[in-house]
Write a protein that binds this ligand. Structure first.
Ligand code: 3HC
Length: 312
């Protein structure tokens, strides 16, 4: 068996030459730990992300809207389970990951700690939150860890449906009476800045980015992806008559990027510390669902064991 320095050297060479790392390949413990952290938090985000949207399934304004929202919420559940499975290929124990979410040890995306106050919020989430997720996840589809990269390919296809259905909800409201236009603009005013926070702290304040970039887990920095999201979203907003709540937003013809105002990092830090508007409610709902679903998991395990003994 080769010594660790030789194995590390080989690993770095594989990463540098763009070879994808698979579950059975040797990898530094730190690489494994970073992936388990990032992937499990991603999976938690997908599952918790169902809650703000689920709040509107019974109150959707039409059967068509209800069907579209139900499909999206079900997709998010699938994304969560898909990414938990990818995390398990690193030797992680799913029950432990879920427990870390319930005890507050693990994070999930800050964005899901904001309330969905009106139907327009469902449009804002689909268009902005899933739009941000698409920018982030299309980059992750090129990450160095095979199972994660492959999971992103399928997930991104479903995210683009979510993004389009959110944009269409807002476009319809903006063609509606003044009250509907006001509801849509109010929603953007509440969701725009928290969406920019989804990409994480600015590059100088990101303790994980340097390592994740070196190992090609992250292919772009937090600020690069945030800028890419802003540049693609503003023209879409203008197309349907929405304005962003940022007086400093302006297009720079030289850099060909939008300049934007200062993000409220104090708010971000408070939300990720658990002091956001809905943190308690979200974690409580997940713990409650986990307790209520215990009998289903026990029955499935008992059935699987019985089947195993019958076939052996
Ligand atoms: N919400 C909560 N925590 C966040 C955060 C956010 N928006 N942004 C950063 N953090 C946390 C990080 O987890 C890290 O804390 P930790 O070390 O205790 O885990 C700390 O803040 C410092 O941030 P870093 O930038 O150093 O952390 P990362 O390098 O991990 O970058 C990230 C953060 C950009 C979120 C990265 O982890 C990532 O790309 N994760 C995968 C994608 C993901 O999780 N997306 C969440 C949204 S899922 C979604 O939108 C579903 C869609 O279907 C609607």
């Amino acid at each position: 068996m080769e010594d660790i320095p030789a194995l590390e050297k080989k690993f770095e060479e594989k990463i540098a030459s763009g070879i994808v790392i698979e579950p059975k390949d040797w990898m530094p413990e730190r690489y494994r730990k970073q992936l388990i952290r990032m992937m499990s938090q991603h999976a938690h985000s997908e599952v918790v992300g169902m809650l703000p949207e689920g709040n509107w399934v019974t109150r959707a304004p039409s059967l068509r809207r209800k069907v579209g929202l139900l499909a999206k919420v079900q997709d998010e559940a699938g994304h969560g389970l898909y990414i938990y499975s990818a995390t398990e290929t690193l030797g992680a124990d799913r029950a432990k990951l879920v427990d870390d979410l319930h005890t507050g040890k693990a994070k999930y995306s800050s964005i899901f700690n904001y309330p969905t106050l009106t139907w327009a919020d469902i449009g804002a989430i689909g268009w902005l939150v899933d739009g941000a997720a698409i920018v982030n996840q299309t980059a992750l589809a090129k990450c160095s860890y095979g199972p994660y990269a492959r999971a992103m390919i399928r997930i991104c296809k479903e995210e683009s449906f979510h993004n389009k259905q959110g944009y269409e909800i807002l476009a319809s409201l903006m063609k509606g009476p003044p009250e509907q236009q006001k509801m849509a603009q109010d929603s953007i005013n509440r969701w725009w800045w928290p969406c920019l926070m989804m990409f994480g702290p600015s590059d100088g304040a990101s303790p994980n980015s340097e390592e994740l970039m070196r190992w090609k887990v992250k292919r772009y920095t937090n600020d690069e992806l945030r800028q890419r999201f802003i540049d693609r979203t503003i023209p879409q907003a203008e197309h349907i008559g929405l304005t962003m709540p940022d007086p400093d937003l302006k297009y720079n013809e030289t850099t060909r990027h939008y300049e934007f105002g200062e993000i409220n990092w104090e708010e971000f830090n408070q939300v990720i510390k658990g002091n956001g508007p809905c943190n308690y409610e979200r974690v409580h709902a997940r713990k409650d669902a986990d307790e209520k679903g215990l009998w289903v998991r026990e029955a499935a395990e008992a059935y699987a064991k019985k089947k195993l003994t019958m076939n052996s």
